[in-house]
Design a protein around this ligand. Structure first.
Ligand SMILES: Cc1cc2nc3c(=O)[nH]c(=O)nc-3n(C[C@H](O)[C@H](O)[C@H](O)COP(=O)(O)O)c2cc1C
Length: 256
């Protein structure tokens, strides 16, 4: 069995970031079909929400925080999805338990609402983190999660990472700003830095982006004169589906 962990670092349940991550889940589960040698039908699950569901595939319905989806035979894929905004946790508290001489921690020593997610990552074969861009960074909760996830594996000793194996990882970003501004405002740098951090600690990393996202259900209800609502609607209809497709491909790449 292969385990994929998907972490939603945005607060809005059904918006851009969540939709991109649904596609990652679909892509990961879709990859199952190609890999399975002994197909097994999961009753009632085939073809539901994730859309990866021709009969005989191992499919799951992405669920609530930490809910495992998919079935569990040897060649199957389980996708576990977590929403950081549903979890009660802090960022790193600088206890340095993970840096004590002889420490053999499998994950961060601080026990709170993040612990089940950190345990899931410790046991996973692929990890994708999604976040909207807030004030030119990932969200505060995503940042706090990265501190708790990464610092324990970041060795102060000789080897660069204490994570016990190499897995593929990915980042999904969604942002309002147009891409031609990203050099100047540092987003490409942010994506590169996060990618390098994940590569150093876990293994090969990739990222996908949806820019100039659809921000409001109705632009007329919001004081948003700097945006061209018609252009955004057009982009949402024509470009966002391509972004979703790239998210799907990221999911499929994780176990390829
Ligand atoms: C608090 C806040 C700060 C934001 N800051 C930025 C920003 O610095 N750059 C940007 O491109 N978009 C920014 N945005 C827009 C979001 O990144 C964008 O709408 C994103 O797609 C929202 O994701 P969601 O639809 O999954 O909630 C901000 C939105 C909020 C609510």
């Amino acid at each position: 069995m292969s385990r994929i962990v998907i972490v939603d670092g945005g607060p809005r349940r059904a918006w851009n970031t969540a939709q991109m991550l649904e596609k990652v889940a679909e892509g990961a589960l879709g990859a199952t079909a190609d890999r399975r040698s002994t197909p097994e039908v999961v009753p009632g699950a085939a073809g539901e929400a994730v859309g990866a569901g021709a009969a005989g595939e191992a499919v799951g319905v992405p669920g609530a925080a930490g809910e495992a989806v998919g079935a569990g035979a040897a060649d199957e894929i389980v996708v576990e999805q977590f929403r950081l905004y549903d979890l009660d946790f802090k960022g790193c508290v600088s206890c340095f338990a993970c840096k004590r001489v002889g420490a053999r921690l499998e994950r961060c020593a601080l026990l709170d609402g993040l612990t089940p997610l950190l345990d899931a990552v410790a046991d996973c074969d692929g990890l994708v983190i999604g976040s909207p861009i807030y004030l030119s960074e990932v969200t505060g909760l995503t940042r706090a999660f990265l501190e708790r996830l990464c610092f324990p594996y970041l060795s102060y000793d000789k080897k660069p990472s204490s994570f016990p194996k190499r897995i593929k990882t990915g980042f999904v970003y969604t942002a309002n700003a147009p891409e031609d501004a990203y050099g100047e405002i540092g987003y490409w740098d942010l994506f590169r830095r996060n990618g390098e951090l994940l590569e150093r600690l876990f293994g090969k990393s990739s990222w996908v982006l949806a820019s100039e996202t659809w921000q409001f259900d109705d632009y007329e209800k919001y004081a948003s004169g700097m945006f061209d609502a018609a252009q955004r609607a057009e982009r949402h209809a024509t470009v966002f589906p391509q972004d979703l497709q790239r998210a799907f491909e990221l999911g499929a790449w994780l176990l390829a």
